[in-house]
Every structure is written in C-alpha cells, then in structure tokens.
Design a protein around this ligand. Structure first.
Ligand SMILES: Cc1ncc(COP(=O)(O)O)c(C=O)c1O
Length: 405
C-alpha cells in the first residue's frame, strides 16, 4: 500500500496549524476537506495576476481566464466520463445543484406523482423536494434503511411505481458512510420511467465516478469536499434533459436575446449559469482535480480503507463506544456515541486536545430520529490523515470520557 499521507502531507499547510495550543488533528473532511497548495496558489494567482470577468471581455486577460475557467469544465467531462461539456453545469455546491433540480423539474410533476428519497438523506436532498411537493402536489416517499444502515433494496423496489417520477438518493452517507447501490437503483428507476438523481457529495472523494456506467440522469457534488474551493459545485445532467428543462435563475450569461417583451436563452451549459460565477473557485478547482487524478482512486480507496479499519479497531476498544451503523460497503466515516457522555460535551473536550471532529445531527435530523438519537460524533478520515491522528483521537476521547463520565 502506498502511504499517501507521507506523499502529500507537505502540500497541506493547514496540517501545520494548531488548535487550542495543540497540533491540529483534522478529522472533519466530510464537512470540508483541507486544500493543497496548488489550489491555494491558483486562487491567489487569479486575484493577484489574473482578475477579470469571464465570457464577457474579449481583451487578452479576459480570454485567458475564460479559457482557464472552461478548462475545468473539460477536465470534469473526463473526470465523470460525461458525453460532452454541455452536460457539466457549474453551481455553488451540492445544495445549489439539488435546489436547481428540485425547481427546474417541476414540469415533470403533477398532483399525485411521487418523488422517492431515502432515510439516509442530507437535508439538502429532503427540503428542496418538500418545497417541490408543495408547489406541484407531488408526494414525497421515503425508502427505509435496515438495522446496519444499508439502504433496504426490497423497500426501494416496493416503493418504486409508475407514479414515481423522480428518485433522488444519496450515493454515500455523510453520517453512516453507507455506499448505496447507485447503478442498480438507477436501472430500476428507469424501468418505471422515473428520473434518477445521485447526491454524490461524499462519493466523488472515494471512487472514480463514471456517470455513464452508473446510468444516472443527474449527479451533483461540491468542489470543497474534493480538496477544492468552497462556493463551487457541479451538476452533471444528460444533455437532452438539460435541454428541455427551463432555466433556474435569470440574468447575465444565461441569455441569448433580451427584449422587454421576451428573452431567449443561451445554449447549454450556460443556460443554467446566470451572473458572474465563482471564477477563482472554478479555476482553482482544476488544481484539485489534477491533485486527485495524480494520486488515482485505487490508491485513495486502498489508503482510506486501511485508515477506516485501523480507526474502527482502535475506537471499538474504547469502553462504552457505540458505532452508529455498520453498512456492508462503506466510506471512511466513523460515527459514534459514548455511553453516559453527551456528544457535545465530548467534542468540546477533545477540541482542547487539538482534535477536530464533528458533532450534532450532521444535517440529517430525520436519520438521527430514525436511529433514536439526537446527536452523534463523527470522525471522517482521508488521505492526509494517518494512524497517529487516530491515536490522538483515541487518547483525547479517553481523557474526555474519564473527566466527563
Ligand atoms: C451527502 C451530502 N449531500 C449534500 C451536502 C451539502 O453539500 P454543500 O453544503 O457543499 O452544498 C453534503 C455536505 O455535507 C453532504 O455530505
């Protein structure tokens, strides 16, 4: 196994930071990942040496930055194995992409139609659909999970019907780490004539996502979880669907001709990109894609799996440790509670040891309600972590437990 931590640690300046006077142990990458120097330098470069708008100015600087901006789109075509650059829309992030879909797919729905999500969903894949249902009269249905936190495929099959028009399901849970069977579910949705949307916010960090192989109609994710900047996301959509959908926001860039009477819209993908975008973010995102591609998903998966197993073995030895969820196929996310200790107090204590993990409902209140808990603690592991981080987490938890129990 390649030791990715040793290969890349020097590229992440945040790893040299301290928190509360202790070296930072960052185990919160599922919330947002740290950024390599190449990404940071590209953001600085844009503001110091390349500031200009894109798609507007035909002066040389404007053209150069437009080319750089569009290069990221071309890289994403390859990254996702999309069919063309028209299928790649830049958004503000996963939430924005899901809201776009939940709004622009209204035309597919009428009263009594059904939208299918699952108990694993992040709020960003629940709330926009509830709003859709209010506007259209469609009904939201929810697929159950089993006792391990795996999606119940039998329940999925039973809830899928000719009334189902849209299925929107998380690909990898940000709470339990569950990898859902995207390809299988997409095929079953298509058999019933429904569209399939994949929330791949956590999946794109873990494995090579091939939209054609998965057979999804739409797929969304955020750059910031993939070592890129915040405020940038990707909506992949099949070209014919994006073409028939109405635009989301109106304004500059998304138009062809505007008169006071009527507006015609720009070609794809610009029809969905109104206003000045996050230019530095998109340009720097190219660097994070290059960074990930340079490591390769085989090495990333192998390393993350090793860390996950190390972490699970270590933490399970902690007295009173309760692992939340035990899915068959999972990402490097360890969510837990500890007997007799409120997770909020726990995380407040361990932060004094320099250890950053997340506590709360992780934007998944219905999932926590299903699990019968109000909040949990989550350690998420990635390629710039190593065994020492897990040892520090273990030590900090043990100390907090002794003080709090
Ligand atoms: C699975 C999942 N979906 C959606 C989101 C929302 O992403 P963003 O806040 O970048 O829009 C997250 C972020 O935590 C996530 O983990």
């Amino acid at each position: 196994m390649r030791n990715l931590y040793n290969e890349i640690k020097d590229q992440f300046p945040m790893l040299n930071e301290q928190m509360n006077g202790k070296p930072l142990t960052y185990l919160d990458s599922a919330a947002t990942a740290l950024k390599p120097l190449s990404v940071l330098e590209e953001i600085e470069n844009y503001y110091k040496r390349g500031t200009t708008n894109v798609h507007r100015s035909i002066h040389s600087l404007g053209e150069k930055m437009t080319q750089k901006y569009e290069k990221t789109r071309d890289t994403l075509v390859h990254f996702l194995n999309a069919k063309s650059r028209e299928e790649i829309v830049f958004t503000k992030g996963t939430t924005d992409g899901l809201n776009l879909l939940a709004r622009c797919l209204d035309y597919k729905l009428k009263t009594g139609d059904e939208i299918l999500i699952s108990e694993l969903e992040h709020h960003s894949n629940i709330v926009p659909w509830q709003m859709t249902c209010e506007r259209t009269g469609a009904v939201l249905k929810v697929v159950s999970i089993d006792e391990n936190g795996d999606l119940d495929l039998e329940d999925y099959k039973s809830k899928l019907s000719v009334k189902t028009k849209i299925v929107s399901i998380i690909a990898l849970s940000n709470v339990l780490g569950t990898r859902t069977p995207v390809k299988e579910m997409a095929a079953m949705a298509h058999e019933k004539g429904a569209l399939f949307i994949s929330d791949a916010a956590q999946l794109v960090v873990q494995e090579k996502v091939d939209v054609q192989e998965l057979g999804v109609d739409f797929l969304v994710f955020s750059a910031h979880k993939l070592y890129g900047p915040t405020g940038v996301g990707v909506l992949y959509g099949k070209k014919d669907l994006l073409e028939e959908m109405p635009p989301y926001a109106g304004g500059g860039d998304m138009i062809d001709q505007v008169t006071f009477e009527k507006t015609t819209f720009n070609d794809l993908p610009y029809k969905f990109e109104a206003g000045t975008p996050n230019i530095s973010g998109v340009i720097a995102f190219q660097k994070s894609l290059e960074f990930v591609e340079s490591l390769g998903f085989d090495a990333i998966q192998e390393y993350d799996k090793h860390l996950l197993n190390y972490g699970l073995d270590k933490l399970k030895a902690l007295p009173g440790f309760n692992l939340i969820g035990n899915p068959k196929n999972r990402g490097p996310i360890i969510t837990f509670t500890i007997d007799g200790v409120h997770t909020h107090d726990l995380v407040t204590m361990i932060t004094m040891e320099g250890v950053a993990i997340r506590t709360g409902h992780h934007c998944a209140q219905p999932l926590h309600r299903k699990l019968g808990i109000v909040s949990s603690a989550r350690a998420s592991l990635t390629i710039y972590n190593n065994e020492d981080d897990i040892e520090r987490l273990y030590g900090a938890l043990k100390k907090a437990q002794e003080l709090l129990a």
